[in-house]
Design a protein around this ligand. Structure first.
Ligand SMILES: [Zn+2]
Length: 52
């Protein structure tokens, strides 16, 4: 499987993402779907689950 990356637009932080549901670190993207976009940038989130 290829890891997806999603950007949290308000903070510019890039998380590992799982199909418009939750980030690798457990944030629920469905609460504010407008705040997230797919990206090819490197993951910058340092939390467990995103940073590997
Ligand atoms: Zn994260």
């Amino acid at each position: 499987m290829v890891d997806m990356a999603v950007k949290h637009i308000p903070t510019g932080e890039v998380h590992k993402g799982y199909k418009v549901s939750i980030t690798g670190c457990g944030f629920d993207m469905r609460a504010n779907p407008d705040h997230w976009e797919d990206t090819t940038e490197s993951i910058t989130c340092k939390k467990n689950g995103c940073k590997n």
